[in-house]
Ligand binder design. Structure first.
Ligand SMILES: Cc1cc2nc3c(=O)[nH]c(=O)nc-3n(C[C@H](O)[C@H](O)[C@H](O)COP(=O)(O)O)c2cc1C
Length: 306
């Protein structure tokens, strides 16, 4: 029997069994998805954004399906870092895949506070700094759309972190490479590219916005070509490793991101349609590699032909 392709990837001191990670906010704390999939088969899980204190999130409606995508304005509902470490980490520690804790704060001090607490907790692979949430009044995207604030926040967190820092960029900027460079200058070990695109929808019968908060973040297949372009631009300009995400629903979507320059990928909105989406993406990617006779996934990274 032909040897199976080597799916493992390594970047920023992080080793993944394979490059497919479940994206933050779309895969809960992993446990909710354990009955659908053998979680240890996926490369990693990025948990729901975790803040210093519990957050209830925004009032409903918070989700609205759009053409080839979805608008959401969850508002970073989460249990808070103390309950996360006490109630969620024991399960996650036993899963056997990489665990990325997505960190969020309303102020720089809050980001640092969360990371310092998480430093005391075993079983975490890396921190993913969400500086890009479009759905909160303060923080989040405010940091991620300003290069100076991005560098300063990244540096402050990096100085206090005992783990690799992956900075998750906002796509709601004119020059994504400038923001990527800002995160790199602050000491980021890797980047996640990217979060959702600010959007809105209106119900023409009631004249009301479809999302209570009026605007929300657009995700899903509709955004893939735009984020793919950003991954390409960043990896061409900078040496920092990139995790690509935005609209990945199939193995070939993931391969596109790798060819554009991503070292790993995340699967987000697809989990709402198919709770086994990360595993399906992985299996399809494996079949692609076998069909094309590639010995490993690393041979695809940044290999788009021009
Ligand atoms: C319902 C929902 C909740 C999300 N929550 C978070 C979050 O807490 N932290 C974060 O960094 N990104 C969050 N995201 C963004 C996703 O992780 C991802 O960056 C984005 O949806 C694009 O990928 P996709 O098109 O595969 O969904 C959320 C997305 C959705 C749809």
């Amino acid at each position: 029997m032909a040897q199976l392709p080597d799916l493992s990837v390594e970047f920023a001191g992080i080793s993944l069994r394979n490059p497919v990670i479940a994206a933050s906010g779309t895969f809960g704390y992993g446990e909710e998805f354990a009955k659908f999939s053998d979680l240890c088969q996926i490369g990693g899980i990025s948990v729901k954004g975790t803040s210093a204190h519990p957050i209830d999130g925004n009032p409903p409606p918070r989700l609205f399906p759009t053409a080839s995508g979805m608008l959401n304005s969850i508002g970073l509902e989460n249990v808070g870092v103390d309950a996360f470490m006490r109630d969620k980490m024991p399960f996650l520690r036993g899963v056997g895949c990489a665990i990325f804790v997505n960190v969020f704060g309303f102020t720089e001090d809050e980001y640092v506070e969360v990371v310092e607490k998480l430093n005391t907790c075993e079983g975490i692979t890396a921190y993913e700094l969400n500086i890009s949430c479009p759905n909160t009044e303060h923080g989040g995207m405010v940091f991620g759309t300003n290069p100076g604030l991005t560098t300063r926040l990244t540096r402050r967190v990096k100085d206090r972190s005992r783990r690799p820092i992956v900075v998750k960029l906002s796509p709601n900027v004119t020059d994504i490479v400038e923001l990527a460079r800002a995160a790199q200058d602050g000491g980021a070990d890797a980047l996640s590219v990217a979060n959702t695109y600010l959007g809105m929808a209106i119900d023409v019968e009631t004249f009301k916005p479809r999302i209570h908060n009026i605007t929300g973040g657009l995700s899903g297949p509709a955004i893939k070509p735009i984020t793919l372009r950003m991954v390409y631009q960043i990896t061409r300009a900078l040496a920092i490793p990139v995790i690509g995400l935005g609209g990945i629903a199939t193995g070939t979507d993931a391969v596109e991101y790798l060819l554009a320059g991503a070292t790993a990928v995340q699967v987000g909105t697809a989990n709402f349609h198919d709770p086994r989406a990360p595993l399906h993406v992985l299996k399809q990617m494996q079949r692609f590699l076998q069909r094309r006779g590639h010995s490993g996934v690393r041979s695809l990274i940044g290999k788009m032909n021009q």
